[in-house]
Ligand binder design. Sequence first.
Ligand code: PNS
Length: 165
Amino acid sequence: MIVTNQKIAVVPGSFDPITYGHLDIIERACKIFDKVYVSVLRNSSKKGLFSPEERIDLISGVTKHLDKVEVIQFDGLLIDFCQQVGADAIIRGLRAVSDFEYEMQLTSMNRKLDSHIETMYIMTNNNYSFISSSIVKEVAKYGGKIEDIVPPLIEDALKEKFKEQ
Ligand code: PNS
């Protein structure tokens, strides 16, 4: 699985579901790195709407145009996944100051677990800085307009999900 002499990034998240904000970060990571693993991980403080398999399918569907991307679900520590794929860096998006404290905790802990893997932040495009998966789900649940914040595939999946419930 390890690709030598190539710069490898991991873009981790819960992606429940993936938004245009996430996609923007993944696309920009692809401009810098040779290989980008989008890793679907468990965030123990969040209750999921989509199953891990559904999230993988949705991410794969909206990243089809990105040859460098591989989407993988991992049940464990992010740093263990990074070690398994030989990652050089973890890439996260930063939307606003409110993200900072949590991200600093995440980065510090991951650095303590493995100081060789850098965490790097990409500032989210201003158009997407207000988007979160939680807000998208809330708006979709009550039939609000989400076409500017998630790709059509995700919009359809959300509509379907809330029809089932
Ligand atoms: O999209 P999110 O929910 O902000 O992503 C958070 C995520 C999934 C990256 C984080 O919760 C995580 O890394 N989970 C895997 C378990 C882990 O490694 N936890 C310790 C990190 S210090």
